[in-house]
Design a protein around this ligand. Sequence first.
Ligand SMILES: Nc1nc2c(ncn2[C@@H]2O[C@H](COP(=O)(O)OP(=O)(O)OP(=O)(O)O)[C@@H](O)[C@H]2O)c(=O)[nH]1
Ligand SMILES: [Mg+2]
Length: 374
Amino acid sequence: MGIVEKTLNQATEYHLGLLKAKLARYRAQLLEPTTKSSGGGSGFDVQKSGDARVALIGFPSVGKSTLLSKCTHTQSETAAYEFTTLTAIPGVIEYRGARIQLLDLPGIVEGASQGRGRGRQVVSTAKTADLILIMLDATKSEEQRRLLEIELDAVGIRLNKRKPDVVFKRKTTGGITLNTTVKLTKTDERTIRSILASYKLHNCDVMIREDITTDEFIDVLIGTRKYMPCLYVYNKIDAISLEQMNKLARDEHTVVISCEMNLNLDYLIERMWDELGLVKVYTKKRGAHPDLTDPICLRRGADIEDVCNGIHRSLATNFRYALVWVSLSTSPKVECPLTHSLLQGKSSKFAPHAQKVGLTHLVQDEDVVSIFTK
Ligand SMILES: Nc1nc2c(ncn2[C@@H]2O[C@H](COP(=O)(O)OP(=O)(O)OP(=O)(O)O)[C@@H](O)[C@H]2O)c(=O)[nH]1
Ligand SMILES: [Mg+2]
């Protein structure tokens, strides 16, 4: 790249950065009004239930309601015409002892985030989920996927992305301290400083620890972005060629299915489980067998304190210690077969020796836990 070209690029990036900051600010005001009564971003009023919520987002007639009817005991009206579903319809998927709420939603159209159709309500409801399924019609063009991503992006949902590694702290005095631990190749200090100024942030500490883009920096400032896992689900593969299906199926975060022909639906649920990062632990009373029928479902990264809270509120405050038997099926490190008599159930799959642990010990999927209190 020539020096002139490079300077031009930087100038463009700079002005574009300022413009983006302004736009992002207007959008945020539009979508997140300070008073409840002004309408704006509220979703459908459906009670959350179960261990996790999954929202179905897609254009009309891609088969969202058909999927709900196939995977849960709930029937949601399905039809060949568009906008069959007009409200949020919850169903429950029972899988590996967990109850996952699957939310069928009305189809959205381009411009949904700006308030077309019920789009605004749909995307706001999507924000309350733990996982988004973007449902697509495999017989239609790839463009649909990009259009949906734009709608979700416009309401601050970031799909399959991590929060940018930037520490941002407001102060009352002292000016701006800007530090970077990596070289910035997609934006520059001047752009960052002008964006801060355009947000009237004259006193703050900024530590950038990743090669971020200008947009990612604006996301950090706005602060209300939601980083959500997402699976792209291509339905109606019964109506496309094997070659086309093969190509779609290889994409990242993608599952191909046919609701009508019951193809690959089990695999979709498995993938949902993985994406949700659910962990289930069994509890065991002293002198009794672990209760394998009623696990406690938690998030990946949960600790013993979360287990306590999952049993009873008072447990964590009276906590003394916990015993944990790891599952042999999920923990290849433990090789010895089970010998502990009380754990010799029909499955024989737990480690023979318990580990004595405290509240901050992280639990793993299929652990057996006994809590001891004061
Ligand atoms: N070929 C084929 N058609 C399907 C499949 N799944 C659903 N359909 C058809 O697609 C049409 C729309 O299905 P719905 O489940 O009502 O779609 P929806 O996404 O809920 O649509 P809205 O509620 O209008 O947003 C129906 O005629 C279904 O029979 C599939 O796997 N293959
Ligand atoms: Mg529907």
